[in-house]
Design a protein around this ligand. Structure first.
Ligand code: 5AD
Ligand code: SF4
Length: 438
C-alpha cells in the first residue's frame, strides 16, 4: 500500500533533555525537506514519537499514544524514534502495526529517507549506531529560543546496574571541539543567549588533544553574544579539578550543578555499580562549594533498589540532609530488561517503594522551598524565556535555574535585572528593576 508523502508533521519528545535536542533537530530536518510543523492541536500527516526507555512507565507510554493516534479519522504516519525504538526495534511494528517507521537515536538523520520508504509502503527501520555520523548529516541550526540545548557527548560506559542507557545510547562518545563551537556560534546567531551543553555523561566530554569540558566552557565564554553557559548531566567520577575551577572563574557559567548520587547507602551504591560512595560524593560537593559557594546542587535518586533495607533508605535521607539540594528528581526503581539489576533478588514491594519515595520527596521538596525562599529580597539577572499565562506576564530563569514569574514589557530573550519578591516550591515571583532614568 502506498500513502501520499506527508506534508505536515509533529514531533513529540519524552524523557531527557537529549531527547528534546534530538526532537528539535528532527523537526529542523523535516522542515528542510519542505514539510511544515503543525501548531498545537492541529492534526499532522506524520507524528514522530521521540521516546524514552529509562523506566517502564515511560517506555509503555508510547503504546497508549500510538493507540490514540490510530483512533483519528485519518490515522497519521507514525514514526517511533528515541530509546524505545533502539531497545525494541522491529518488535514495535509487530506490537503496534500502525507504526510505519522505527528509528534509533543514532540514526535519525535518515528520517526523511525512512519517511519516503514508508510512503511507498515499505518497512522503514533503522537502529544502526554509527558513532556521530548523524551530526555531520543534519542541516545547520536555524531558529532558536533564548536557551538552546547542544549535545556534545552521547552514551555511557559506566554501566550502573539499573540503567538502560549504555544499551540504548551506546558507548561514551564525544563530538569534536570545532563542530561544537561551530554549532554554538550558529545557535547564538539564531537567537540563543544561553547554551546548555548536554550529554548522558557530559563531564566525560574530552577530545584527542586531552581537552575536557572545562576547555569547551572557556571557549564558549569567549563567544560574543552568549550570556550564559550550563551543562548537564554529570557523573561524580568525571567531576575533575579543572571543571570545578571553571565554576569559580567563568562568570558566564551558571551556579548550578546536577550531580546524581542515586543513594546514600554504600552497599546500595556498590550494588548499583556507582563508582563513588557517600563520603567521596560529599567531599566532591564540598570542593564544588568551595569554588562556588552559592551553587545550586541538584540530583537524582532511586528508591527501592533491589535489597534496599529501611536503614539503607535512611542513609539516603541522611545524605540529602547533608547536601541540602536546591532541586532533585527521584524515582521508584523500575527493572529494565537486559540490565543486571533486573536479575537481582529481593525486589522491594511496590508499597514500600512508594512510601520511601514519598518520604524522600517530602524532604527534597522542603529543601527546594527553603532554597527558593532564601533568595527573597535578592536582586539578580533573569533570562526571559517565555510568556506566562496572564497577559503581560513572562517567565524567566535565575542563574540558579529557578523559574520566576513577573510582569514586564521586556522581550523574551532579554536578560533583565529583577528583585525576587516571594517564593513557592516550584517558582518565584519577581519585579523588573528598570535602570534609573538618566
Ligand atoms: N529505575 C528508576 N530510575 C532510574 N533511573 C535510571 N534508570 C532507572 C531505573 N531503572 C533514574 C536515575 C537516573 C535518572 C535519569 O533516571 O536516577 O539518574
Ligand atoms: Fe530516556 Fe535515557 Fe533515552 Fe534519555 S537517554 S530518553 S533518559 S532512556
Amino acid at each position: 500500500m502506498t500513502i501520499p508523502d506527508p506534508k505536515s508533521f509533529q514531533v513529540k519528545s519524552f524523557g531527557c533533555q537529549m531527547n528534546v535536542y534530538d526532537g528539535a533537530r528532527m523537526a529542523e530536518m523535516l522542515e528542510a525537506e519542505g514539510m511544515t510543523q503543525t501548531a498545537e492541536g492541529e492534526e499532522a500527516d506524520l507524528v514522530v514519537l521521540n521516546t524514552c526507555h529509562i523506566r517502564e512507565k515511560a517506555a509503555e507510554k508510547v503504546y497508549s499514544d500510538i493507540g490514540r493516534l490510530m483512533k483519528r479519522g485519518h490515522a497519521p504516519m507514525i514514526a517511533v524514534a528515541g530509546c524505545v525504538a533502539q531497545a525494541e526495534g522491529a518488535e514495535i511494528s509487530r506490537r503496534a502495526p500502525g507504526v510505519g517507521i522505527v528509528v534509533g537515536p543514532q540514526a535519525y538523520h535518515n528520517l526523511p529517507a525512512l519517511v519516503r520508504k514508508a510512503a511507498r509502503g515499505e518497512a522503514a527501520l533503522d537502529t544502526d549506531m554509527p558513532a556521530l555520523s548523524k551530526f555531520g548529516a543534519l542541516p545547520a541550526r536555524r531558529r532558536q529560543g533564548p536557551s538552546a540545548f547542544l549535545t556534545v557527548q552521547e552514551g555511557c560506559d559506566k554501566f550502573c546496574t539499573y540503567c538502560v542507557v549504555p544499551y540504548t545510547r551506546g558507548a561514551e562518545i564525544s563530538r569534536p571541539f570545532e563542530a561544537i563551537i561551530d554549532e554554538a556560534r550558529a545557535l547564538v546567531d539564531a537567537g540563543a543567549n544561553e547554551i546548555v551543553l548536554l550529554g548522558q555523561n557530559v563531564n566525560a566530554w574530552h577530545d584527542e588533544e586531552g581537552r575536557g569540558l572545562e576547555a569547551l566552557i572557556r571557549a564558549l565564554d569567549a563567544l560574543p553574544g552568549l550570556a550564559r553557559i550550563r551543562y548537564t548531566t554529570s557523573h561524580p567520577a568525571d567531576m575533575n579539578e579543572g571543571l570545578i575551577r571553571a565554576h569559580a572563574e567563568v562568570e558566564k557559567l551558571m551556579p548550578y550543578l546536577h550531580l546524581p548520587v542515586q543513594s546514600g547507602s554504600d552497599r546500595v551504591l556498590k550494588a548499583m555499580n556507582r563508582s563513588h560512595d557517600a563520603a567521596s560524593y560529599l567531599r566532591l560537593i564540598d570542593r564544588v562549594r568551595a569554588a562556588r559557594p552559592d551553587i545550586a546542587i541538584s540530583g537524582d535518586f532511586i528508591t527501592g533498589f533491589p535489597g534496599e533495607t529501611e536503614a539503607e533508605f535512611e542513609a539516603t535521607l541522611r545524605i540529602v540532609e547533608t547536601v541540602n539540594y536546591a532541586q532533585a528528581f527521584s524515582f521508584k526503581y523500575s527493572p529494565r530488561p537486559g540490565t543486571p539489576a533486573a536479575e537481582m533478588e529481593d525486589r522491594i514491594p511496590g508499597e514500600v517503594m512508594d512510601e520511601r519515595l514519598q518520604r524522600l520527596q517530602a524532604l527534597l521538596n522542603a529543601q527546594q522551598l527553603a532554597f527558593n525562599q532564601a533568595k527573597i529580597g535578592l536582586r539578580t539577572g533573569l533570562l526571559l524565556e517565555r510568556a506566562g499565562r496572564k497577559p503581560g506576564q513572562k517567565i524567566g530563569k535565575t542563574p540558579w535555574l529557578q523559574s520566576v514569574h513577573l510582569e514586564t514589557g521586556a522581550a523574551i530573550g532579554e536578560l533583565i535585572e529583577v528583585e525576587l519578591l516571594s517564593a513557592g516550591p516550584n517558582s518565584l515571583a519577581g519585579a523588573h528593576l528598570l535602570p534609573a532614568a538618566a
